[in-house]
Design a protein around this ligand. Structure first.
Ligand code: ZN
Length: 60
């Protein structure tokens, strides 16, 4: 799989920016079945799909 820019957590609807992720994001705890990616792989698309910016890795 290609390197994705953004990762969505379907269990809490939070979107993370993988290049900026921090330990507080707890991305390793997200189950594979809860992960979603965006096409196109942009923050705008994630917001359009009702995801919320992660407060740790995405500065608004
Ligand atoms: Zn994050």
């Amino acid at each position: 799989m290609n390197m994705a820019g953004y990762l969505g957590n379907k269990s809490d609807n939070v979107v993370h920016h993988l290049a900026e992720m921090t330990p507080d994001c707890k991305i390793v705890q997200i189950k594979k079945s809860e992960k979603t990616y965006f096409i196109p792989d942009t923050l705008e698309e994630a917001i359009k799909e009702k995801f919320i910016r992660c407060k740790y890795c995405i500065q608004s």
